[in-house]
Structures are given as structure tokens and as C-alpha cells.
Design a protein around this ligand. Structure first.
Ligand SMILES: [Zn+2]
Length: 95
């Protein structure tokens, strides 16, 4: 671990669950791929429209079940797709 003595500009993102603005680095990105499928972007570098969530179960619940994800990504998310996102989220969030 290198020590950082200078605080550089930290990219901030809004969580679609709790709506709090937090450093992008600690958040999980969801991306809408070219075919309209939404998935967890574990590397954070996938091309496409993105949405961010805290690594927090409540945020995933809120973000995925209240239509905010669809709104943010301007995507139609199928029941199956939503289930897959939740499953991926569980492995990351841990519960
Ligand atoms: Zn959150």
C-alpha cells in the first residue's frame, strides 16, 4: 500500500438505493450492455450506461425493487435479469 499524501479529486457517484453520494471506488457498478441486458460490472470498466450501488444489502433491495435501476439505466429489466443481478449482488455484498 502506497501512502497518499495529496488528496486528489475523488470521483463521486450516487447510490441508486440510498441516494447518498459516495466515492465511486467503494461502490459497485451495474451496466446496461448493448443488448439491453443489465449485469454487475465487477471491473467497473464495461462500456454502457451505468448505475452505482453501495455494497449494502438494503441498497440493493431498494435500488433493484423500486424501479430506480430501470429509470437510471433507461432499461427494461426482466424478472430473470433482476434475479441474476440480485444473485451477483449477494456474492459481492454477502447476504
Ligand atoms: Zn447506498
Amino acid at each position: 500500500m502506497k501512502r497518499q499524501t495529496i488528496t486528489k479529486h475523488v470521483p463521486m457517484r450516487t447510490c441508486i438505493g440510498c441516494r447518498e453520494i459516495k466515492p465511486k471506488r467503494g461502490m459497485i457498478r451495474l451496466v446496461r450492455t448493448g443488448n439491453g441486458f443489465v449485469k454487475v460490472d465487477s471491473g467497473g470498466k464495461e462500456a454502457g450506461r451505468g448505475a452505482y450501488l453501495c455494497p449494502n444489502t438494503n441498497c440493493w433491495q431498494d435500488g433493484l425493487t423500486t424501479g430506480r435501476l430501470e429509470h437510471t439505466l433507461r432499461a427494461e429489466i426482466t424478472h430473470e435479469n433482476r434475479k441474476q443481478i440480485m444473485e451477483q449482488g449477494k456474492t459481492i455484498v454477502g447476504g
